[in-house]
Ligand binder design. Structure first.
Ligand SMILES: *Cc1c(COP(=O)(O)O)cnc(C)c1O
Length: 420
């Protein structure tokens, strides 16, 4: 029996391993999962750092494959319902030791984030809008009822970790250090229940441009037989459980010659576009008055609220004679819209020559133009897939975002130094 008390999940019948937290409610033993959590909040001032004795040689930047090489150190801390968060530790990168019954292996209460550190012109590492990643992580953690985290405290610790492994950030433009904060449920019991225990760790990997030979347009296969997300589901959160179900459809799309899936949602005649692979989706549509519409699906719970998505909308809306985007006529307005896009909208824009560009965005790729979309046996051709180029709007936004990320252009405090 589950009951809700004070916003915390309470699980009866003593299924939790924490008898100290038990109390009596209406004659039933109730265990308040987080009742003692706040005794030991995540405290960045207690950080201890143990440097490795055997630093690894740095890889040749041109040889980097996304997410394959890890840096020398990691940040680790764990949560116990009786004692709260342990003291955070930066230690040499090493395997984890976990009880095989840990809930992360069974019921997947697993959350992650993806962010990057860039080397600024002053040689100091910078993060891009990290407050948004931290807030999103807090919400993802809540969605699977993991012990709550304090995003402000975690950000302080991530900045420290980046500084410890600063030598791993490649200095060339287009290169960065990919940061993967992760929280897994470690409750060592098989009962199907929220994880009272958690392990929080952060690992990092140096990374180069997503398409090493240039910004190759991606091909998308529009799929409705499988869905990535649904109303009331978890598509709007960065949970590990959202990704494995995409692997088999992704394999079939690749066999048909498409790089990513364009995920649709809804019955025939509706078929709304949600996302492309693990990226947010944008269409550029020509208006009768000569201005442009930039359209992306709204955050209705089925769309991952991307930091890049949010930044693209803000930069496009800022395009004006005073703050023009590169290579776009300053007087041409870009009207941004967060509204549903159906496959029939897209097909109609395409066949009437109004669909100027389609592009996808996310931290890993930044901005990728779409060259071809397969739907019901036909291809819409949007760009030459053999040409290494971004569309005009995709290119302008990509150039501006990367300049802000790398600290070469100041914009609204988006680029945050790690040094405090
Ligand atoms: C991470 C992710 C994105 C991109 O989000 P960013 O914050 O821009 O990196 C988009 N869609 C999905 C499904 C994702 O997991």
């Amino acid at each position: 029996m589950n009951t809700q008390l004070n916003g915390h999940t309470n699980i009866s019948n003593g299924v939790l391993a924490s008898p100290l937290a038990m109390k009596h409610v209406n004659g039933i033993h109730e265990v308040e999962v987080y009742s003692v959590a706040f005794n030991a909040n995540l405290d960045p001032s207690k950080l201890t750092v143990t440097q490795t004795d055997t630093p690894k040689p740095l890889p040749e930047p041109s040889s980097l494959v996304f997410g394959q090489t890890m840096t020398d150190h990691m940040l680790v801390m764990s949560f116990d319902p009786e004692t709260g968060w342990t003291v955070p530790v930066i230690q040499p990168y090493q395997p984890l030791q976990l009880d095989p019954a840990s809930s992360c292996f069974q019921y997947c209460p697993n959350v992650f984030e993806g962010m990057k550190a860039y080397l600024g012109p002053d040689g100091e590492p910078r993060l891009f809008r990290p407050d948004l990643n931290m807030r999103r992580m807090e919400l993802s953690v809540d969605r699977v009822a993991l012990p709550p985290i304090d995003g402000h405290a975690l950000l302080k610790l991530i900045k420290k970790l980046v500084i410890v492994d600063k030598r791993w950030i490649p200095s060339q433009s287009g290169y960065s250090l990919y940061i993967r904060p992760t929280i897994i449920g470690t409750r060592p019991a098989l009962g199907v229940a929220a994880s009272s225990h958690a392990l929080l760790y952060v690992i990092m990997s140096p990374t180069g441009p997503y398409f090493p030979t240039g910004p190759k347009p991606v091909s998308l296969l529009a799929v409705h037989e499988n869905v990535r997300s649904w109303p009331g589901g978890t598509g709007g959160f960065k949970l590990g459980l959202n990704y494995a179900p995409a692997f088999e459809p992704q394999r079939r799309a690749a066999e048909k010659g498409y790089m990513q899936i364009l995920w649709l949602l809804g019955h025939e005649g509706e078929r709304r576009i949600t996302e492309a692979g693990q990226m947010n989706f944008f269409a550029v549509v020509k208006r009768e008055d000569g201005d442009l519409d930039l359209v992306t699906p709204p955050l209705d719970g089925t769309i991952l609220p991307g930091v890049t998505r949010n930044s693209v909308l803000a930069l496009a809306a800022s395009h004006s004679p005073l703050t023009p985007l590169p290579n776009i006529t300053p007087s041409q307005r870009i009207n941004t819209h967060e509204k549903p896009i159906t496959m029939s909208d897209l097909t109609m824009w395409y066949s009437s020559g109004l669909l100027l560009e389609v592009f996808c965005v996310g931290t890993a790729v930044t901005v990728a133009s779409v060259g071809r979309i397969g739907y019901e046996g036909k291809d819409m051709i949007l760009a030459d897939e053999s040409r290494m180029a971004l569309g005009v709007v995709a290119g302008a936004i990509s150039e501006k975002i990367i300049a802000i990320q790398e600290g070469r252009f100041q914009w609204e405090g988006w680029s945050v130094p790690c040094k405090e």
